[in-house]
Design a protein around this ligand. Structure first.
Ligand code: HEC
Ligand code: HEC
Length: 348
């Protein structure tokens, strides 16, 4: 009965004695309009549903695409230069010991000042958080120590190269990790970082695998979350050594690769792809954006997150001093020299 409203109303009219007036042409028109709106709304819901289905399958197929990355090899730790060994008259054991100590020092410096593995892989590399927001997803930095839950226990040098410089996991699938920042890392730097990570005690920590929420799937499908594997060349050759640490354009450019993830490749800034929606757009670091800045003002931005007018820079740039205070003067001067040398580009 309830499924037949006409009958119900007829019964109710008879029982109550209340008459419902026959429908006026106006109410018929209103009904028609409502019907059209209903159909339109239905179409919108259908389109949203279809878009979401498309996004889900597009994201899944992107994440299921396998990549074949070249297999590189290099020593860990990097040995000393043979001329230096001869000059210092070192025996092989002493040379190996010194090489290990230097690699540790360099690895610590690189991780603390430039390549922020600890930001996502947690204290002591025991596992950490990149994003934990249900609609986007839960993306954890796996445990890089050799303890329980280690993702790197069976790792060879080629496996480190594959994830760090190409964005591809050991299983050949793309990682959601911003490896573009590490693209220009030389063999020696990666070797130093591996040696440094390996110096940490094994930590037992089973880090859950990543999960993507509905927003995360749409962001991956539409390329707002960039899978590094899709933009980095899986066969790209790497320099064996970084440019010498000196105030040169070459070394400045090397330093600046870690800025491009947010400030974009041409350094003109703009909204940060895949970043926290609360972040302001990254600023223009070309001579157009930094016109009139002095080196001291640049140092203020880097080491104190202060703008020239004394106001504070917002997140994520507010976190820069932690790194910049570990950078040497030479590193900062080279960075500044390079930023002043690039072509000026209008802000986005
Ligand atoms: C912005 C956050 C972030 C930074 C910075 C970062 N990682 Fe990751 N890393 C991740 C996430 C998230 C995963 C898991 C990726 C996945 O499974 O999609 C990961 C995965 C890994 C893996 C495991 C890959 C596999 O085979 O499953 C290794 C090894 C690794 N990262 C090393 C590094 C090193 C070394 C650095 C620094 C040079 C670094 N990461 C910097 C977030 C980060
Ligand atoms: C994780 C993203 C991120 C990274 C990496 C990053 N920045 Fe920024 N940076 C920002 C954002 C966002 C702003 C704007 C902050 C604001 O407006 O308060 C900014 C602002 C700045 C400013 C201030 C410019 C102005 O006009 O006020 C300077 C200078 C700067 N960044 C330099 C650098 C350098 C050099 C590097 C690399 C060594 C770097 N940043 C790496 C996100 C980033």
């Amino acid at each position: 009965m309830v499924s037949q409203p006409g009958i119900c109303i007829g019964w109710w009219q008879r029982a109550s004695g209340i008459k419902i007036a026959p429908e006026s042409p106006r109410s018929v028109r209103v009904k028609k309009v409502l019907k059209v709106i209903g159909i339109l709304l239905g179409l919108v819901v259908l389109a949203a549903g279809a878009f979401y289905l498309w996004a889900g399958s597009a994201a899944n197929s992107k994440l299921a695409t396998s990549y074949t990355v070249h297999a590189v090899d290099f020593p860990v730790p990097f040995p000393l230069d043979s001329a230096e060994v001869r000059k210092m008259r070192l025996r092989p054991e002493a040379a190996a010991k010194l090489a290990g100590e230097r690699a540790l020092e360099r690895g610590e410096h690189l991780v603390e000042s430039r390549y922020g593995c600890l930001e996502c892989h947690g204290g002591g590399f025991s596992g950490g958080v990149m994003v934990d927001a249900a609609p986007i997803g839960r993306l954890f930095g796996p445990n890089l120590t050799t303890g329980k839950g280690s993702r790197t226990l069976e790792y060879h040098v080629a496996d480190w190269d594959r994830i760090v410089r190409h964005g591809v996991r050991k299983d050949g699938l793309p990682a959601i990790m911003p490896s573009g920042d590490f693209e220009m890392m030389s063999d020696q730097e990666l070797s130093d970082i591996i040696h440094y990570i390996r110096s940490f005690p094994p930590a037992d920590n089973e880090v859950p695998p990543r999960t993507l929420g509905p927003v995360g799937k749409v962001l991956v499908a539409t390329g707002k979350i960039v899978l590094s594997a899709t933009v980095l060349d899986p066969q790209a050759a790497h320099a064996a050594m970084p440019p010498a640490a000196a105030v040169t354009l070459e070394f400045g450019k090397h330093m600046a690769t870690t800025c491009t993830g947010c400030h974009s490749r041409d350094l003109a800034g703009g909204p940060i792809q895949g970043g926290d929606p609360a972040w302001p757009p990254a600023r223009n670091l070309t001579p157009t954006g930094l016109a009139g800045w002095t080196y001291e003002q640049f140092l203020g931005a880097m080491r104190e997150a202060k703008r020239p007018d004394g106001t504070m820079l917002k997140e994520p740039m507010a976190g820069m001093p932690k790194f910049a205070n570990k950078m040497t003067d030479v590193e900062l001067q080279a960075l500044w020299m390079y930023l002043k040398s690039v072509p000026g580009v209008a802000s986005r």
